[in-house]
Ligand binder design. Structure first.
Ligand code: SF4
Ligand code: SF4
Length: 87
């Protein structure tokens, strides 16, 4: 019974994108390279004055983690919907 519920959750919940605002340099690589258009640049800046990205539509995220890999400043992480089960 419990396994059935877990399977349903994997299929329906998108991954979560978590930014580290202070590390971000506003290069917009994560926005540009996401094929699903999950991210967009916001009008908000961090303490250093860099423009920050934001999540436009997390439900479109495939969890491919390209944004995480491509960020030169390790400023975002993709949290898998079933991360609590993996750890
Ligand atoms: S994990 Fe993939 S689909 Fe999701 S926001 Fe990052 S690049 Fe886009
Ligand atoms: S790729 Fe990294 S540093 Fe560049 S805008 Fe995205 S989160 Fe910020």
């Amino acid at each position: 019974m419990e396994n059935t519920l877990r399977s349903e959750r994997k299929a329906t919940e998108p991954s979560r994108i978590v930014f580290n605002r202070d590390r971000c340099k506003g290069c917009s690589y994560c926005v540009y390279f996401c094929a699903k258009e999950v991210l967009e640049m916001s009008e908000e800046t961090n303490q250093k004055g860099y423009l920050l990205p934001k999540v436009a539509d997390e439900s479109k995220c495939s969890g491919c983690r390209l944004c995480e890999a491509i960020c030169p400043d390790f400023a975002l992480r993709v949290i898998s919907a079933n991360a609590d089960e993996e750890e």
